[in-house]
Design a binder for this molecule. Structure first.
Ligand SMILES: Cc1cc2nc3c(=O)[nH]c(=O)nc-3n(C[C@H](O)[C@H](O)[C@H](O)COP(=O)(O)OP(=O)(O)OC[C@H]3O[C@@H](n4cnc5c(N)ncnc54)[C@H](O)[C@@H]3O)c2cc1C
Length: 597
């Protein structure tokens, strides 16, 4: 059975004790984000997700979305849950108050996103896209466009999509065929076909606002010739009321491996009315506002499913009996012990847990920096925070989704044969988690973004926003008796990561294929070290409190230290193998001709 209780204690530990998110309420515009408000939101969000979304997760998987004559229906219960979700304001938690949002920090949106996706990933796709569409319009839309669309995206009466992919191209958007023809008065006629468009058609909202990449008649070749258009499903009249249907229709929905409750649509644009967003031919730049937000959101999806996988597997391991404990002195009278006594099972559970808790800290740390990047009064501090977010975005997207998938797979393993059976819900978690490694830029593309763009950007300044604080932390704590066994492995891995960075930067200058060949290994290594840094920070906070009340919070802190140790002993060492792989460069990969495959 899928089991989930929002890990509120852990969330609070990261937010308040590790990251000191109280600093948020000192930023102009975030005065209301006090620790009490944050805690109240966590409690309410948890209730909603546990009570309303979790019971619909299996329904959504089994019933799926249906398609009939261009009409898409979401699974039973989804519409009511959506209405309650938007009615309670969960969609607009971080949106601009000027347009009906609540103006709370992006960090709160991350936390809610985690809970939503832990309980029902398919349900979470539509709100993620609406939030992304709103962020894009807020940043790049004209005042008139903002006034017309943002209030509806905030209250959930309209939803958003991102329309990039076409049948022949997903990664290489320079190849798109969709066309835009100027029709006067600022209107463009959009024609072409997009595929794999999430929430492209559904019955949750009155209108759907598509953000569509297309090419103008005079467009230069490739990605430099892409423009961005806003295309409503139903045209909006000058008075803001809904008008006639626009020339966009859903041709079909995909039958797919997971997230059955989210419709993945073919959308046909037939001279549909659209409005240019940003400058002509520079649309991809604007679209990156939405894509970067969505990449962070998809990373949260990976973490979210990893958490449900851990909780479900733990509950099962405590119930299921098989074999006897090998621990010295363990002699229960029962014929068999719960499988949680077995080292191999504990290892699987702790692998999930140590990753989840560390990844949560990494994601929230990134979210905190996102808030600093938009709300801090000092321009240089804003810039530095923004650069850290840029650096972390591909890592959050790829590392958290790869490890989230692994966590769901481990949950199947802990369940034995029962994990393979639909009734327990573990195989659904695996199927649902798999998409997060693919959409919003496949994980291999995230790795190329990290080595190709982020490494060298501003002569390595982005990297320094990670390496400097991590190195300072190590220097400050490596002689601490309690923390030594946690900080020293981190120091070693951090040093190797810096060495690998230099090697890639040097080799990549002469031969970009060298950098590309090791990009995925490098991203994994970076992810492991970044999560290791989070564990060291958490251990430092926990160490001071671990000797308190053994049955209450003291136990929580003591367990934090134990999990930090597990991470350093069992997970971080993988970075040493990745280092060796990186050092061998492209030679073993490049030795074949294409025909030899
Ligand atoms: C369920 C679902 C929902 C989706 N939702 C949306 C949506 O809402 N909007 C939208 O626009 N799209 C959506 N997509 C599309 C998704 O973003 C793309 O499928 C994804 O970006 C990969 O593109 P592709 O499928 O064309 O694969 P390809 O680009 O053909 O890539 C295939 C493989 O080759 C690798 N590859 C490709 N190019 C390179 C390169 N230059 N260097 C190294 N490796 C490379 C990739 O990493 C990948 O492993 C969705 C897809 C699915 C399945």
């Amino acid at each position: 059975m899928q089991i989930y209780k929002a890990p509120l204690r852990d969330m609070r530990f990261v937010i308040h004790e590790t990251l000191d998110a109280e600093q948020l309420s000192k930023l102009p515009g975030y005065e209301e984000a006090t620790p009490d408000t944050i805690d109240a939101i966590l409690e309410e969000g948890a209730k909603f997700c546990e009570d309303k979304l979790l019971p619909l997760n299996r329904v959504g998987d089994e019933a799926g979305c249906t398609y009939e004559n261009g009409v898409v229906r979401t699974p039973p219960g989804f519409k009511q849950a959506y209405d309650e979700f938007v009615g309670a304001g969960w969609l607009s938690i971080s949106s601009d108050p000027k347009y009906g949002g609540q103006g709370l920090p992006a960090l709160m949106n991350f936390v809610i996103e985690e809970m939503v996706c832990s309980t029902n990933l398919a349900f979470g796709v539509c709100p993620l896209l609406s939030g992304g569409a709103a962020a894009l319009i807020a940043r790049h839309g004209s005042e008139a466009i903002k006034d017309t669309y943002l209030p509806h995206l905030a209250d959930g009466s309209w939803s958003g999509t991102m329309c990039l992919t076409e049948s022949h191209c997903g990664t290489d958007l320079g190849l798109i065929h969709t066309k835009a023809a100027p029709a006067g008065d600022g209107v463009y006629r959009i024609s072409g076909s997009k595929m794999f468009i999430s929430a492209g058609e559904h019955d949750l909202a009155e209108n759907i606002i598509h953000l569509v990449l297309a090419k103008l008649p005079d467009a230069p070749e490739g990605v430099r010739g892409i423009s961005l258009f806003l295309v409503p499903k139903i045209n909006v009249k000058a008075d803001g009321e809904l008008g006639p249907r626009n020339g966009v229709s859903c041709g079909s929905i995909e039958k797919k491996m997971g997230i059955h409750g989210s419709a993945t649509c073919v959308l046909n644009f037939d001279e549909a009315e659209g409005y240019l967003i940003g400058e002509a031919h520079k649309g991809l730049r604007c679209m990156f506002t939405m894509m970067n937000g969505a990449r962070l959101g998809v990373g949260m999806q990976g973490l979210a499913l990893g958490e449900t996988a851990y909780q479900s597997a733990t509950a099962y391991a405590k119930e299921r009996r098989s074999g006897k404990s090998l621990a010295k002195g363990a002699k229960s009278a029962d014929k068999a012990d719960p499988i949680i006594v077995h080292p191999d099972v504990r290892n699987m559970l702790l692998t999930q847990r140590a990753h989840n808790e560390g990844a949560r800290a990494l994601a929230y740390w990134t979210a905190l920096n996102l808030d600093i990047s938009t709300h801090h009064p000092d321009a240089e501090t804003r810039r530095d925070a923004d650069e850290l977010v840029q650096l972390m975005t591909p890592i959050i997207k790829a590392f958290l989704t790869d490890r989230g998938f692994e966590a769901t797979n481990l949950a199947v393993q802990v369940h034995g044969g029962h994990g393979y059976i639909a009734e327990h819900g573990m195989e659904q978690l695996v199927r649902d988690a798999r998409i997060a490694q693919l959409y919003e830029g496949a994980n291999g593309i995230q790795a190329l973004d990290l080595v190709g763009r982020k490494l060298g950007q501003n002569t390595g300044r982005l990297l320094r926003h990670f390496f400097h604080p991590a190195t300072e932390f190590v220097a400050a704590h490596q002689d601490d008796e309690t923390l030594k066994e946690i900080v020293l492995p981190l120091a070693k891995a951090l040093g190797k990561l810096q060495q690998a960075t230099l090697v890639i930067a040097q080799k990549g200058l002469g031969d970009p294929e060298e950098a590309a060949a090791v990009a995925t290994d490098y991203l994994k290594m970076f992810g492991l070290v970044a999560v290791g840094y989070m564990w060291a920070m958490m251990a430092e906070k926990a160490a001071a409190k671990a000797n308190g009340d053994a049955d209450g919070d003291g136990r929580y802190y003591a367990n934090k230290l134990k999990t930090a140790r597990f991470y350093m002993y069992k997970l971080l060492p993988e970075s040493a193998a990745l280092f060796l792989r990186i050092m061998t460069g492209k030679a073993a990969i490049a030795q074949y001709d294409d025909e030899d495959f």
